[in-house]
Design a protein. Structure first.
Lengths: 109, 115
């Protein structure tokens, strides 16, 4: 079973920041938080991952709370091409990779 | 464009047919994965190969038979499938990590329909 809960769907205006929350209240100390997204008719695409510290790359920023029980993926300037299902996954090395239902993000013009 | 290539993109087969799905990557990754994705559902892990050896089999029925002939190729052999096996089959690859699972690169999948 997935160890995360995410909103089923969200809307975001084009050009604005999209903030996608993820709750992982049972996360253990050595589990990482991963984010992937899946655009319609494509395979999933890796976005970012982190353990404790906030992370940023060319696609997004990942903010992990100090108690690690939740995180937020931030797309700083959403475009129509960011419309996708976003998956938050908590994973520990040696475990199987389990996708939850994800959040369907719609970026609106 | 994806760096993981899956062929064919679409496949329609009868329940008595034998067919194979193919996946290829040239990123030097030594871990390769098969996932199954039903419509409007998240991907579900089926198999994991690490250094060309099967390391995880998620209790997949024997009518699905994976094969990793070399470090760049991953096949999924199909035989006597059922209509409920109709789905999108995704292949992924990654580097083998020592402390954390490395980002997986996915192909765009083979859409399989069983008649």
């Amino acid at each position: 079973d997935a160890k995360t809960t995410q909103p089923t769907s969200m809307d975001c205006a084009e050009g604005r920041a999209a903030n996608l929350p993820c709750n992982h209240s049972t996360i253990s100390g050595n589990e990482y938080v991963y984010w992937y997204r899946q655009i319609h008719s494509q395979g999933p695409q890796y976005i970012i991952h982190g353990l404790k510290n906030n992370e940023t790359n060319e696609m997004a920023s990942l903010i992990i709370t100090e108690d690690r029980k939740s995180s937020t993926l931030i797309l700083p300037h959403a475009t129509l091409r960011d419309t996708a299902v976003y998956y938050c996954i908590v994973h520990n090395y040696g475990q199987n990779f389990v996708f939850g239902p994800g959040t369907r993000l719609s970026v609106l013009p | 464009d994806t760096e993981v290539t899956q062929t064919p993109k679409h496949l329609v087969m009868g329940m008595t047919n034998k067919k194979s799905l193919k996946c290829e990557q040239h990123m030097g990754h030594r871990a390769m994965y098969w996932y199954k994705q039903k419509a409007k559902k998240p991907p579900e892990l089926m198999f994991v190969y690490s250094y060309e050896k099967l390391s995880i089999n998620e209790s997949v029925p024997s009518r699905f038979s994976p094969e990793c002939p070399n470090s760049s190729l991953l096949n999924l052999h199909l035989h006597a499938l059922q209509p409920e096996d109709s789905a999108l089959y995704l292949c992924a690859s990654s580097r083998v990590g020592s402390t954390e699972i490395q980002p997986q690169h996915f192909g765009d999948g083979t859409r399989l329909s069983i008649l």
